[in-house]
Ligand binder design. Structure first.
Ligand SMILES: [Zn+2]
Length: 387
């Protein structure tokens, strides 16, 4: 919570109040996937929730991590406002309401016209933005939409659970020489002056932060992890940036784990970053381009944050605190990188520059790969994505 007064005292320390933006049952599945050797029941997991972290019964309109969860939660709110006795939590619906129950509940509605809120892409000042808008439908239309969305939502939650189970199984049975990579772009760190006089001299600059967590099994067969954060002044977060990161990541993995011969990527599925033909082509040619074979696995859109979120948040918070206390000034990505390398020893920081990014595009162009039927040449991919 953003206010200075949104603070709670716990264990003699002050903590900023925070709101959970995912359901505890989802977080429990994520925790089990991240820590496959920890035996913990759901109720015990919930007891460890810190006092300064609050749950919301329904996702706030300011948070849109997963469209499907958000959209379904908004329709449940609408049903409740129409007098239907139903839980506002979409996860409870999955556990307790059948399609027949849902149809019965919808038949209770007496209003002929129904208004509800949903996220839509709208054009504002010639830019596309996601906004909550009010939608009006007839009762019959609303019933059809609700039944379709209920069925889609059940499939969505099943896929989320299956994906976390698959990741957990892979961690438990990870063969020697295989490495799992979970990664995601974090929100940019915004460089700000500590006082107004300074702010007159430089603009707020965004620093790209891309956390990576690498998992492998040690000599005793125990899974270990290494946290890395890629920092850059390149604002572009598309496939070309991802390939530049991979080009620097693989040599680091080879240093950390000399026997690496297979990389299993696990990421969220935004089409502009990880789930596009550029990345598909790179995975197909991964061994040829980067020297190690690879598989790429996707989480349901909005469910792939995992451990990367925590690492990125920690990195940015500590830098922001140092700026606030006047210990340092961070005016660009280079300043961020230098400070983090000096002060956050538990995380390995790697910088990628504009020239490295450009070189990546050039070096792939110079490979002069023969066109493969059904796929695109990678240099064409990068050049196109770069424009
Ligand atoms: Zn979801």
């Amino acid at each position: 919570m953003p206010g200075k007064n949104d603070v709670i005292n716990s264990d003699g320390k002050k903590y900023q109040k925070r709101i959970l933006n995912d359901y505890l049952s989802n977080l429990y599945e994520k925790f089990k996937a991240d820590h496959p050797y920890v035996e913990i029941s759901f109720s015990t997991f919930c007891k460890f929730q810190p006092t300064y972290i609050h749950v919301t019964s329904v996702l706030s309109r300011n948070i849109c991590l997963c469209n499907k969860h958000q959209s379904f939660a908004m329709k449940l709110q609408c049903l409740r406002s129409l007098g239907v006795k139903i839980s506002p939590n979409p996860e409870n619906i999955v556990k307790s309401i059948t399609e027949a129950d849902m149809k019965n509940m919808l038949s209770e509605i007496t209003k002929e016209n129904i208004e509800y809120e949903e996220w839509q892409t709208v054009v504002e000042s010639e830019r596309k933005r996601l906004r909550v808008v009010r939608v009006r439908k007839t009762k019959v239309e609303f019933e059809e939409i609700m039944i379709t969305e209920y069925s889609d939502f059940i499939k969505h939650t099943d896929r989320v659970k299956d994906q976390f189970k698959a990741l957990r199984d892979l961690k438990e049975n990870l063969p020697a020489g295989h490495v799992i990579i979970q990664m995601d772009f974090d929100e940019n760190f915004v460089c700000q002056a500590v006082d107004e006089i300074q702010s007159a001299y430089f603009n707020s600059t965004g620093v790209t932060i891309h956390p990576v967590v690498a998992y492998h099994k040690d000599d005793k067969g125990i899974i270990q992890h290494k946290s890395l954060v890629f920092v850059s002044d390149i604002g572009q977060h598309k496939a070309t940036a991802v390939l530049t990161i991979i080009n620097k990541l693989i040599p680091e993995l080879q240093k950390l784990f000399p026997d690496v011969n297979m990389v299993h990527y696990w990421t969220d599925s935004p089409s502009s970053q990880y789930r596009n033909r550029f990345i598909f082509d790179a995975v197909k040619r991964h061994e040829e381009l980067f020297g190690v074979a690879a598989r790429w696995n996707y989480f349901e859109c909005g469910h792939g944050k995992g451990p990367c979120d925590g690492i990125g948040g920690t990195a940015k918070r500590q830098v922001a605190e140092a700026v606030k206390q006047g210990k340092t000034q961070i005016q660009d990505a280079h300043d961020f990188f230098s400070w983090a390398v000096q002060n956050q020893k538990s995380i390995q920081y790697i910088f990628y520059s504009q020239s490295e990014y450009d070189k990546m595009v050039e070096s792939i162009s110079s490979l002069k790969l023969k066109p493969v039927p059904g796929t695109m040449k990678l240099h064409a991919i990068c050049n196109r994505n770069n424009t």
